[in-house]
Design a protein around this ligand. Structure first.
Ligand code: HMG
Length: 413
């Protein structure tokens, strides 16, 4: 049975801050953010938007686009590291807002940015296990990436959600059955209970990411080795490579590491690039990686959703040209757990290729640094929708310890 992603839908907050403006306010050369990190804009969530409204809006748009009866969803998984309660999962709020029926397994998953992949793999295994009724899961990865104002992490914030239907009629991506994994307890990025912003050891986190990539890709490559010609590079079998993207420059560094590991193992290829590895890796990056980074450079880090934002944006931009071709995907979650896996884009992908990325980017309102800081300082406390709000659901606030949500249309009426 083919199992994988039947369709994706993306939702990002309605507001974005140009990085050149942030650079000016922080006394930094704009080139550091725009070229050094590769970020042009970052998405900013207003106080009436929390991770529940982000996830529910992506989920509602997916179910509408796929014309799926919410009651047919047998598993709802929400991956996030922006949880709203220590006990109640984000997924149960989303379950109610989407009108999914009671016969559904519903829970939230956490392992930093890796949880989106944990949810996808769990859902795919559940579909593969089969059963009496058709198994179709809704997986949503959603996050608001926050660091302290003025910190080194500040330009690598962002927010957004990606919803994925996982089932046995995958029109967007057929998942391969094998993957390479890597895990180990490292303190590169974490958020102790009670803190809104993450603590991060930035430079060390980049090293941890690259070490985990080496481990996960190495594990995958050994599984694949019997199918490779003795001197064949695995990257030659992949049409595109997608990476967890906290900022686009990270994907560039990751690709440089990956091709080095891959090409060293393919002796003839290694002999051909030795001495000009940087140049060859940069050319490979332009062909295989850059096409998936357009949305990430305008949205920023979306933590659990980041890799799947790259996938949605790539499929939307290239759609039928990817038909029948194989993609490589690398997921990293700080702390850490990582996975390298592949998937084949089916030839009929054009019918599901619109994930709403271009529309969402077109509808956004650019804010200035003052407005951005007002939103951030207020936090996700709920309230009315600011001008330009485009989400389907609104967080109204906490009353008597309960979180209140409303359809945006009902609020406008
Ligand atoms: P920093 O110290 O501000 O920046 O922190 P830098 O000094 O390293 O400069 C960044 C780049 O800009 C460098 O490029 C500079 O050369 C360049 P590189 O050498 O690395 O190629 N640069 C310039 N370029 C052009 N013109 C200029 C100029 N000046 C400098 N004038 C850092 C950067 C990423 C560490 C920081 O933003 C940070 O801590 N971010 C948060 C952590 C992070 O994103 N880590 C990534 C790996 S961990 C991960 O992905 C997991 C995560 O998503 C969480 C999860 O799993 O849940 C974060």
């Amino acid at each position: 049975m083919s199992v994988g992603i039947e369709r994706l839908a993306v939702y990002v907050p309605s507001y974005a801050l140009p990085m050149a403006d942030l650079a000016a306010a922080r006394g930094v050369a704009p080139e550091k953010y725009v070229q050094g990190l590769g970020v042009e804009q970052m998405a900013i969530a207003p106080p009436c938007e929390d991770v529940v409204t982000l996830a529910a809006t992506a989920g509602a748009r997916l179910l509408r686009a796929a014309r799926i009866d919410p009651r047919s969803i047998g598993m709802l998984l929400v991956a996030t590291e922006t949880g709203v309660d220590h006990a109640k999962p984000v997924s149960i709020f989303v379950h109610e807002l989407l009108g999914i029926g009671p016969r559904c397994r519903v829970y939230e998953l956490k392992h930093a940015c890796y949880a989106g992949t944990a949810a996808l793999m769990t859902a795919a295994d559940w579909v593969r296990a089969g059963g009496i009724r058709t198994r179709r899961a809704l997986v949503i990865a959603a996050d608001i990436a926050r660091y302290e104002l003025g910190s080194a992490g500040e330009p690598t914030q962002g927010a957004g959600a990606v919803a994925m239907l996982v089932g046995s009629e995958p029109q967007a991506l057929v998942l391969g059955e094998e993957s390479g994994t890597h895990a180990g307890n490292v303190y590169d990025f974490w958020r102790p209970l009670g803190r809104r912003e993450a603590i991060v050891d930035g430079k060390y986190s980049v090293d941890c990411y690259l070490d985990a990539l080496t481990g996960a890709f190495g594990a995958f490559r050994s599984l694949e080795r019997p199918a490779l010609e003795p001197d064949e590079a695995l990257t030659d079998r992949l049409a595109r490579l997608l990476y967890h993207t906290p900022f686009p420059k990270m994907a560039m560094k990751a690709h440089r590491r990956l091709v080095e590991v891959d090409w060293r193992a393919a002796r003839e290829r290694w002999a051909a690039v030795e001495g000009r590895l940087d140049e060859a890796a940069a050319a490979s990056y332009r062909d295989l990686v850059a096409p998936s980074l357009v949305a990430a450079s305008r949205i920023g880090n979306t933590y659990t959703a980041s890799l799947y934002l790259c996938l949605a944006s790539l499929i939307e931009a290239e759609n039928r040209a990817l038909g029948g071709r194989r993609l490589g995907l690398f997921s990293y979650g700080s702390g850490c757990c990582a996975e390298f896996f592949t998937g084949i884009v089916p030839s009929g992908v054009a019918t599901v290729s619109d994930a709403g990325v271009a529309t969402a980017l077109r509808q956004r309102t650019l804010v200035d640094v003052e407005q951005y800081e007002r939103f951030v300082r207020a936090g996700d406390v709920g309230g009315d929708t600011p001008a330009g709000f485009t989400g389907d659901f609104v967080f109204r606030g906490v009353r008597q310890d309960r979180r209140e949500y409303q359809h945006a249309e009902a609020l406008a009426a």
